[in-house]
Design a protein around this ligand. Structure first.
Ligand code: CTP
Length: 431
C-alpha cells in the first residue's frame, strides 16, 4: 500500500485545491492531508486566512478524498509526519517547486502542476474594501505599508483637508482615523453617519461617554467601529495576558508599564504643540492596556503626575499614572520628552513576568521565579509591529468573515475615560 501525504491551508476551498487533492490521491492508495493550524500560518507570515482551522478541516473532509486529516502545527513537522505515517510520496503544488527537495531523504517528492487562475489569495481579494486614511502622521505611512500585506484591503487615498470629509467618504468603504485625538469625535461621527466603517487610532475619543455614544451610533448605522491599539493584537502580548490570567505567577500584585519615545520639543510654541500628541495621549493607551486587561477597568484610585512643556498648558513631556485596586497596584510611565527603559513587569505572589523593551511590540517574554531553573521563555512571531494583525481583524469585522478579535469595549471606554481625567486635570499633579 502506497501512502501519499500533502499539506496546505485550504482556505475558502477552491477548484485548485480539489484538483491537487485528486491528483495526489491518484499517486497512491491512501491520502493523508495536513491542514495548517492558525498559529503555524501566522508564524510563516500567512496572516489573513479567513476560515478557522475547524472550517478548513471540515471542507477537506467533505470532499471525501482524504483518508486521514492531520494538523500541521510546527516547522519541521513534515519530516516527523512522513516517518510516523510511513509516507511513500510527498505531493505538493508546483508553486513550491524545489522548496521541499530536502524531504527526498525520507520519501519520494512530487510537484504537481498548480491550477492556473485560482487561489485563496485571489478569492480573498475579490471583494476589496477601500480604506481611506484620515490624518497625517508618520504612522500613516506605516499603515499604508502594512495594508499591502492584507489581501482584500486597499488603501485608496488619504484625505486632503481642503475637500469636505463627506465627499472623500463617498469614495471609500472604510476609514482609518489617525488624526489628533481631539478631532476624532467629529470625524468618526461623520464617517459613521455616512455608513462607513471606522478603525480609529487609540484613544477613540477624549471622553468615555462620547466613545460609548459613538459605539452605539456605529451599531445603529450597522457599521464597524474599532479601536486600533496595535499591542492588543500581537500574539506575544495576548499569550502573556492569558498565561497571567491563568495563574502562571500566582496572584497579580503589581503591573508596571513604561513606554517612551523622546523627541525634541524645545522649539515648539503653544500653537504648534496643540497639534501634537502629548505623552499621555500618545503612549497612555498602550501603557494602560495591560493594567486594565489584568486588573480590570475600575481602580479604587488614580493619581497622575505630569511634567508639562513650558509653552503648552496641557502638553505633557512625561506622565506617571498610579493606580490602586483592592488587592493590587499599578503604574504607567510614559514620556515623549523624557526617556526611560520601556519594559513591562507584572509581579505576582509566585513569580513575575518580564517583557523587555520595547514591550509593546515584543516577540518575546520571560516568566521568572525565585528558583531560576523554573524560568520559562516564550517567543512569538510579530509582523509589522502588530499593525498588520489589527488591519486583518478590522477587515474580518467589516466583511463579517469568521470571528474577529477586538479590544474589550470596557477597556476601550476606560482608556477614553483616563484621557478625560487627564484633560480635566482630575487627580493630576503638575511636577
Ligand atoms: N494549489 C494548486 N492550485 C491552485 C492553488 C493551490 O494546485 N490554484 C495547491 C498548492 O500548491 C498546495 C495546495 O493546493 O499544494 C494547498 O494550497 P494553499 O496554499 O492552501 O492554496 P492557495 O490558493 O495557494 O492559497 P494562498 O493564495 O493563500 O497562498
Amino acid at each position: 500500500m502506497k501512502t501519499v501525504i500533502t499539506y496546505g491551508t485550504f482556505d475558502l476551498l477552491h477548484y485548485g485545491h480539489v484538483r491537487l487533492l485528486e491528483r495526489a490521491k491518484a499517486l497512491g492508495d491512501r491520502l493523508i492531508v495536513g491542514v495548517t493550524s492558525e498559529d503555524f500560518d501566522k508564524q510563516r507570515g500567512k496572516i489573513n486566512v479567513q476560515q478557522s482551522l475547524a472550517e478548513r478541516i471540515r471542507a477537506v473532509e467533505e470532499l471525501g478524498l482524504a483518508d486521514e486529516i492531520i494538523v500541521e502545527e510546527y516547522e519541521g513537522q513534515k519530516i516527523d509526519d512522513i516517518r510516523r505515517y510511513h509516507a511513500d510520496i510527498f505531493a505538493i503544488g508546483s508553486d513550491w517547486k524545489g522548496k521541499f527537495d530536502y524531504l527526498k531523504e525520507y520519501c519520494e517528492v512530487v510537484y504537481l502542476d498548480r491550477t492556473e487562475g485560482v487561489s485563496s489569495t485571489g478569492i480573498r481579494s475579490e471583494k476589496t474594501v477601500r480604506l481611506g486614511l484620515v490624518g497625517a502622521s508618520n504612522n500613516v505611512e506605516k499603515v499604508k505599508r502594512e495594508a499591502a500585506f492584507v489581501n482584500g484591503l486597499l488603501v485608496a487615498e488619504t484625505w486632503d483637508e481642503k475637500e469636505p470629509l463627506q465627499a472623500f467618504l463617498s469614495r471609500v468603504d472604510a476609514v482609518y482615523v489617525y488624526s489628533h485625538p481631539k478631532r476624532h469625535e467629529a470625524e468618526i461621527r461623520t464617517a459613521l453617519t455616512e455608513k462607513k466603517h471606522v478603525l480609529v487610532e487609540t484613544p477613540v475619543t477624549l471622553s468615555e461617554e462620547t466613545t460609548e455614544e459613538l459605539f452605539a451610533l456605529a451599531e445603529k448605522e450597522g457599521v464597524v467601529l474599532m479601536e486600533a491599539l496595535k499591542t492588543a493584537f500581537s500574539t506575544a502580548y495576548r499569550r502573556l495576558i492569558l498565561l497571567l490570567k491563568g495563574g502562571k505567577i500566582g496572584e497579580i500584585v503589581s503591573v508596571d508599564a513604561v513606554a517612551t519615545s523622546t523627541e525634541d520639543y524645545s522649539k515648539e510654541s503653544k500653537e504648534t504643540l496643540s497639534e501634537k500628541w502629548g505623552s499621555f495621549e500618545d503612549w497612555g493607551p498602550t501603557g494602560l492596556l495591560p493594567v486594565f486587561d489584568l486588573l480590570g477597568t475600575h481602580p479604587d484610585s488614580v493619581r497622575l503626575f505630569s511634567k508639562m512643556h513650558p509653552a503648552g498648558e496641557r502638553f505633557d513631556l512625561f506622565t506617571k499614572a498610579e493606580f490602586s485596586y483592592p488587592n493590587a497596584v499599578a503604574s504607567v510611565k510614559v514620556g515623549k520628552g523624557v526617556k526611560s527603559e520601556g519594559e513591562l513587569i507584572v509581579s505576582g505572589t509566585k513569580g513575575y513576568a518580564f517583557v523587555p523593551a520595547p514591550w509593546w511590540k515584543t516577540e518575546f517574554f520571560e516568566i521568572r521565579y525565585e528558583d531560576q531553573n523554573r524560568n520559562e521563555r516564550f517567543f512569538y512571531r510579530m509582523d509589522g509591529e502588530g499593525i498588520r494583525y489589527e488591519l486583518v481583524e478590522f477587515l474580518k469585522a467589516v466583511t463579517k468573515a469568521g470571528v474577529h478579535l477586538e479590544i474589550d469595549r470596557e477597556v476601550t471606554g476606560a482608556i477614553s475615560g483616563m484621557m478625560e481625567a487627564f484633560t480635566n486635570g482630575e487627580g493630576l499633579t503638575v511636577i
